[in-house]
Ligand binder design. Structure first.
Ligand SMILES: Cc1cc2nc3c(=O)[nH]c(=O)nc-3n(C[C@H](O)[C@H](O)[C@H](O)COP(=O)(O)OP(=O)(O)OC[C@H]3O[C@@H](n4cnc5c(N)ncnc54)[C@H](O)[C@@H]3O)c2cc1C
Length: 491
């Protein structure tokens, strides 16, 4: 498409939008193309002008983002980059803070208090991708209206109106749902809500955990995924007696191979973390003051604990948007490759969106920050410009632990692609290890621990190209460097 066509479409939309605000009504010309009946079975429509009813005692906003997390921060930046934020965009958030880089909460935020822990405003979006730090003042300067601590509780799709917890009515032209996930909780009847039992999703949760850690001596971590691994590493920094329990046979069972997990587990054990694997929690018990004292396991054993941190997964925060259309296989709000839901003018991005994962031809929901950033940017570009190419995401996950000052060793792994097929492990954990997933002769996924910046940069190219590799040659590689050179030569 020529740039003049792009330019004229953008201008048409800008004129319509600025007119609408002069007139005080949301007059919207949709700059993005007509919805097509694509793979998700969306109906064809063209939504042209929306004029508010004067009967509404509410305020009109052209663009509203619901949710003030990672995706919202990157979406706001894209609005600004396209000159469409000032006076046009509102963000409605449940939290008291401007969007921030959520992964920090179980990493530098939990550093021991004498080891320079991260605090806001240090990690507001979009610092995680090297962008400008979007503090509350940034939003003011850019003319973006922020509603803090006022979650959306209801939507009237026909009237394009949101109701917030405090009773505000907000009329939107286009709506972007970026509500993320909520942490899965243990049932109340087994002690899931006792004082001293923690879940971590936001700053308030992390602050509550820190005040528990300050008084704690013995902590039990329930769950062997990202949150469990990261909090256990943090607890070693606080020199706490730390036990991690999970029902699977090894850490990070959805991604790591047993062999790779064993390397990490050994490192954690060397640093004092105790593992109770293949074991499920029965209930959590409290003392006479009502606070947690013990964790009871299904095998009848009991572990003392004055703080319990639960990391057993998360659920997409779809309420109150169920009517927009949910995906039955992966949960979340169903969208197409431009993040359009089945309702015209409503979009969903980030953790909450169930989108077509083009590269593997399946519908997916991805709860990782890289996708939150990219999906938000892709959606807003498609909404504001004539960009029509569909999202083509390459799954990528990472974690960083033991990064506090004076830690025994910093650990940082990155994964790209799909963890399917047979695996080849190369290298030693110290200094560096890699796992390659090979399916039908093609290299589908790669994980590297402690890679150099150049090595990490190579990983997305490898995973996207899916080169045919000589498995025997890879198995004989004596180092990660040699293995990456072998794979690199097949690209
Ligand atoms: C502790 C922790 C550590 C993580 N570490 C990593 C990591 O190392 N690597 C990685 O790739 N990913 C990590 N993640 C995942 C990553 O943070 C998420 O994928 C990312 O934050 C998703 O962005 P989002 O905007 O979709 O959702 P979120 O960032 O969760 O933002 C959603 C926002 O919407 C708000 N909200 C919800 N409902 C409503 C409502 N009805 N009205 C208004 N507001 C609402 C929420 O309060 C929240 O502010 C981590 C997540 C957590 C919780």
């Amino acid at each position: 498409m020529s740039s003049s066509v792009l330019g004229s479409r953008r201008m048409a939309s800008t004129i319509a939008n600025s007119l609408s605000f002069k007139l005080g009504v949301p007059l919207r010309l949709h700059p993005h193309p007509t919805h097509t009946s694509a793979s998700l079975g969306f109906t064809t429509f063209r939504r042209s002008y929306v004029v508010s009813s004067s009967a509404f005692a509410n305020q009109n906003r052209e663009y509203v983002i619901v949710g003030g997390g990672n995706a919202a921060g990157y979406a706001a930046r894209t609005f600004v980059e396209n000159g469409m934020a000032d006076g046009r965009l509102a963000i409605v958030s449940k939290e008291a803070y401007a969007p921030y880089e959520r992964p920090a909460l179980t990493k530098a935020y939990l550093f021991p208090l004498d080891k320079k822990p991260a605090r806001l405003p240090g990690f507001h979006t979009c610092v995680g991708s090297g962008g400008e730090r979007q503090t509350p003042d940034w939003y003011k300067e850019k003319g973006i209206e922020m509603f803090y601590e006022d979650p959306v509780t209801n939507i009237d799709i026909e009237k394009q109106t949101l109701t917030t917890d405090s009773g505000k009515l907000l009329k939107y032209g286009s709506l972007i749902i970026a509500t993320g996930c909520t942490a899965s909780r243990l049932p109340e009847k087994i002690g899931g809500n006792l004082p001293g039992v923690h879940y971590i999703r936001d700053v308030a949760d992390a602050d509550a955990l820190i005040s528990s850690l300050e008084k704690a001596q013995k902590v039990v971590i329930v769950g062997g995924g990202y949150i469990g691994m990261e909090v256990a590493a943090a607890a070693t920094g606080w020199k706490l007696d730390t036990t991690i329990i999970f029902p699977e046979n090894h850490l990070m069972s959805r991604l790591f191979t047993p062999s790779l997990a064993r390397r990490y587990e050994e490192f954690y054990k060397e640093n004092g973390v105790k593992f109770l694997k293949g074991n499920s929690l029965k209930n959590i018990e409290a003392g006479s003051n009502g606070r947690v004292t013990h964790v009871k396991l299904e095998d009848g054993s009991s572990i003392e604990a004055d703080a319990v941190i639960v990391g057993i997964g998360a659920k997409p925060a779809v309420g109150p948007f169920e009517r927009v259309g949910l995906d039955s296989s992966v949960g979340g709000i169903q969208v197409d490759g431009l993040f359009r839901t089945s309702v015209p003018g409503i979009f969903a991005v980030g953790d909450v969106a169930a989108f077509p994962l083009k590269i593997y031809n399946r519908i997916a929901r991805v709860e990782h920050v890289d996708h939150a950033r990219r999906s938000a940017q892709h959606c807003i570009k498609a909404l504001l410009t004539a960009q029509t190419h569909t999202y083509d995401y390459l799954p990528s996950f990472y974690s960083r632990v033991f990064e506090y000052e004076g830690s025994p060793r910093k650990i940082w792994w990155q994964f790209y692609g799909d963890n399917v097929g047979e695996t080849v492990e190369v290298g030693n954990f110290d200094p560096k290890i890699a796992t390659f997933w090979i399916d039908s002769g093609k290299l589908k996924g790669v994980l590297v621990e402690s890679g150099s910046p150049e090595e990490f940069q190579l990983l997305p190219n490898i995973a996207r190209s899916q080169p045919i590799v000589d498995k025997a040659k890879l198995q004989n590689a004596s180092s990660v460097e040699e293995a990456l050179a072998i794979v690199g030569s097949s690209l």
